[in-house]
Design a protein around this ligand. Structure first.
Ligand code: NDP
Ligand code: PYC
Length: 343
């Protein structure tokens, strides 16, 4: 395609990092944020790729995130819980800081948790669980967001889009990973449809009066719906409890009250659990990794695909050909470097 330019991961990371550094982020923040944004583009996960940079810059310009934050690892309190204070910076550098201690404790104890407090959060969660599977561990990550989702049976925004991600290691192969919002779709998907002038599928959202809508503008002004009715609603509520209230951090409603807008990235906490399948299996019969492979084979044997398969294929394509950006996306990067975010 004549409209497309290809970048290596290093080239795109450097380009994004330059935009973030010019906007005032220190090296710790700019580097970690640039890596997750670039990973989103590399994996064809557009709703959390370069489209997110503008929101990051707006949040910095509004003074709602600390661009100079250096996250702090709290002293070991003898429990299975590793704590990182993000110092009101973005979540990716806080996770990077906590990961070694989380993995070490999970390998030693079988189960460990990483609590990140006071982080500004805009990213996908698969980077977290994939980092754990890369160390032979299973992982579960979750966080609130800001209230944009009505509980099942309700009609006003209360819960967040509250993502949850799980990863299981598969040796040298790609891990089993799923990562999704507990709303019907991520809010980023609705924003991308608005920009593209597309309508929403039925059942995604209600307008400000609580009436069903397929208009992205009205959906953004109203409330999104949980996936799977009462089931998604309950999982979204669990995330508010575990990754908000239990870790002494903000719920989605509190995060929105504090921020006052959905146009900036919210500040709250994140919870990541790490499991050692070997320790959990103990002396029980059967190797857990081999048994997992037979489960995956049975799923694939029915013609189904595993979650993240599309993403891993996009990653392989990006590795072989480079990360493809169209001219409008390159113009966006140029504009953000030149002028920062439109206010
Ligand atoms: P999707 O509904 O697109 O679902 C994503 C997951 O389901 C992926 O693991 C995907 O794999 C898998 N999947 C999709 N279709 C199939 C299929 N047919 N068979 C098997 N697996 C399938 O995601 P969402 O829109 O809900 O969320 C997108 C992203 O937004 C997530 O990464 C999430 O973390 C992020 N998010 C972040 C928030 C935050 O506050 N930080 C809030 C909400 C969402 P594949 O990728 O291979 O298609
Ligand atoms: O896509 O729903 C979303 C989202 C909210 C905050 C970050 N991503």
């Amino acid at each position: 395609m004549g409209d497309t330019t290809f970048f290596t991961v290093d080239e795109l990371t450097a380009r994004v990092e330059a935009i973030l550094a010019k906007a005032g982020l220190n090296a710790v923040q700019a580097g970690a944020v640039a890596r997750v944004v670039t990973a989103g583009e590399r994996d064809g996960a557009k709703s959390h790729g370069i489209y997110r940079i503008e929101g990051v810059l707006r949040t910095v310009a509004a003074g709602k995130v600390n661009p100079n934050a250096v996250p702090e690892l709290m002293a070991d309190d003898g429990t299975a819980i590793v704590r990182v204070d993000a110092q009101q910076g973005f979540s990716p550098p806080a996770f990077a800081l906590g990961l070694p201690a989380l993995a070490e404790r999970a390998r030693r104890l079988g189960l460990a948790a990483l609590v990140i407090n006071d982080c500004t959060h805009f990213s996908a969660l698969w980077p977290e669980v994939e980092a754990l599977t890369g160390q032979g561990l299973a992982g579960l990550a979750m966080c609130p967001s800001y209230s944009t989702v009505a509980p099942a049976g309700g009609n006003r925004a209360l819960l967040g889009t509250n993502p949850i991600a799980f990863g299981w290691p598969r040796g040298a192969g790609d891990p089993y990973v799923f990562d999704f919002a507990t709303s019907v779709a991520a809010r980023g998907e609705i924003e991308l449809k608005r920009r593209a002038g597309e309508r929403l599928p039925e059942g995604w959202a209600v307008d400000v009066d609580g009436q069903p809508t397929i208009d992205p503008e009205k959906a953004l002004g109203g409330a999104m719906l949980p996936f799977g009715g009462h089931k998604g609603s309950a999982i979204g509520t669990m995330i508010e409890l575990l990754a908000g209230i239990m870790i002494g951090d903000l719920t989605s409603r509190e995060a929105l009250d504090k921020l006052g807008t959905t146009t900036l990235a919210p500040m709250h906490g994140e919870l990541i659990l790490a499991f050692s399948p070997k320790i959990f299996a103990g002396n029980r019969a059967g190797d857990p990794f081999a048994r997992a492979e037979s489960l995956f084979d049975a799923i694939l044997g029915q013609g189904a695909r595993l979650p993240s398969q599309r993403r891993f294929m996009a990653r392989a394509r990006s590795k072989a050909e480079g990360i493809a950006l169209v001219s409008a996306e390159i113009a966006l990067l140029d504009r953000l470097l030149e002028n920062g975010a439109a206010t």
